[in-house]
Design a protein around this ligand. Structure first.
Ligand code: ADP
Length: 316
């Protein structure tokens, strides 16, 4: 089986129990929950029984241990998660506002995972990788940008494949060198997995159809559009395959896109049809939005099958 590797932030999320505006008054917080978009992605891959690993870094603290132990227990190869002395594990404090938007306080750029480098563990992991998944959210330090560029080169040189989920916060586009880094990843991606406006990040086109037509002539083999409660679509040169979402109550959207992407990429690498891969990925996303906690909604193959059975005929 092909080994899937990702690179990026491992952090803990600490959540406010009550909705409200920011963190200016004392509130009850719950956590730490293991998190980080690439960490959620790779945990979902592991739960499907696919060989996989993550290149990252944590500090020598409990927040790091919480993550590493969780990923290890679920089957992720954690040998390339460096423990950096004198650094702390990344964290994100999250509070929902009444309008459903969220306030965040991040400690990521200054944290251990900002210092990740191409050390021996990372070198070994990349030698073993058949597929590399990259997330835009990870491009928050020069170290990581350099590492991702090197990783893409190595994986592509030996005939491996690359997937790219832009997963980007708008303010990141202003970081020096960010646009160039994103374009380089995009141009090397075999599968591009945008949601919403991210489809238009690398094209002048204004309409979905034109954007996809352009992207597919630039070397990308497939575009997978995540459409939230509307489900998802797969596009290649033979057209669109669209699969509706499952009807579920949205409790916490964190991790849905990461779980969806992990499930789609895993089944795509196994040679499953786009329709079946989307069905599994939609089930994975739906299970993730239905529970609180970023990594609480990752699913085994059996859980996905069971979910699909129970929701037959009641898709949105
Ligand atoms: P992202 O988090 O990357 O923006 P989406 O919000 O589109 O991605 O979620 C990814 C996938 O998770 C969707 O394509 C869908 O399969 C599933 N999903 C997300 N939100 C819902 C929802 N409210 N109901 C059912 N499925 C959902």
């Amino acid at each position: 089986m092909k080994k899937i590797v990702t690179i990026g932030e491992v952090l803990v999320e600490i959540m406010a129990e009550e909705r409200g505006n920011g963190f200016l008054e004392p509130i009850t917080l719950v956590g730490p929950f293991p998190s980080g978009a690439p960490a959620i992605f790779i945990d979902q891959v592991a739960k499907l029984g696919q060989p996989c690993g993550i290149i990252s870094a944590v500090g020598p603290d409990d927040f790091g241990t919480v993550n590493v132990e969780r990923l290890k227990a679920d089957g992720v190869d954690v040998s390339a998660i460096a423990v950096i002395p004198d650094a702390v594990t990344g964290s994100a404090f999250v509070r929902y506002r009444e309008d459903g938007n969220r306030n965040f306080i991040f400690n990521i750029r200054q944290s251990a995972c900002g210092q990740v480098s191409l050390d021996q563990g990372a070198e070994k992991m990349l030698r073993e990788a058949d597929h590399l998944h990259v997330m835009g959210s990870s491009l928050f330090s020069d170290n990581i940008v350099t590492l991702i560029r090197a990783a893409i080169g190595q994986v592509k040189e030996k005939g491996g494949t690359v997937s790219f989920d832009p997963n980007i916060r708008k303010e990141m586009l202003d970081f020096p060198g960010m646009r160039e880094a994103l374009v380089h990843i995009f141009e090397n991606a075999d599968i591009f997995l945008p949601s919403g406006e991210e489809l238009f990040l690398f094209t002048e086109a204004k309409e979905e159809e034109a954007a996809i037509a352009e992207i597919l002539t630039r070397g990308t083999k497939a575009v997978v559009i995540k459409r939230g409660a509307e489900g998802a679509s797969y596009f290649d040169t033979s057209g669109e395959t669209r699969v509706p979402a499952f009807a579920v109550e949205e409790i916490d959207p964190t991790g849905a896109g990461d779980s969806f992407g992990a499930t789609f990429v895993t089944f795509w690498l196994r040679g499953v049809s786009p329709e079946d891969a989307l069905l599994m990925a939609n089930a994975s996303g739906a299970r993730a939005v239905g529970v609180k906690g970023p990594m609480s909604g990752t699913s085994t193959g059996a859980e996905l099958q069971d979910f699909i059975e129970r929701h037959k005929g009641i898709r949105a």
